[in-house]
Write a protein that binds this ligand. Structure first.
Ligand SMILES: [Zn+2]
Ligand SMILES: [Zn+2]
Length: 88
């Protein structure tokens, strides 16, 4: 399994939360503001980095990836098909 980046908090370890706002400026921190997902990436899997976290703004449906995708990144669906990268 791939180990995720963990942040030490007073309550123990937690995953990093979503960014404060989407590229359009909508706040992402709060209930029903963001959809958190996982984007599989062939390149990052090869490098042992694992997958990208995806944060989709529920207001404008833009998606932010963490870590941000590099030009070499190659997103793939769970069934292995390539996924077009939605560059803003
Ligand atoms: Zn937004
Ligand atoms: Zn990647």
């Amino acid at each position: 399994m791939v180990s995720r980046r963990l942040i030490r908090t007073r309550k123990g370890y937690a995953e990093p939360g979503p960014p404060e706002s989407c590229p359009a400026g909508h706040p992402l921190r709060g209930p029903r503001r963001v959809l958190v997902g996982t984007q599989q990436c062939a390149r990052c899997a090869d490098l042992g980095v694992g997958s990208h976290r995806s944060y989709t703004c529920q207001t404008c449906w833009r998606t932010i990836y963490d870590p941000a995708p590099t030009p070499e990144c190659s997103f793939v669906a769970f069934d292995g098909r390539p996924v077009p990268t939605d560059d803003q």
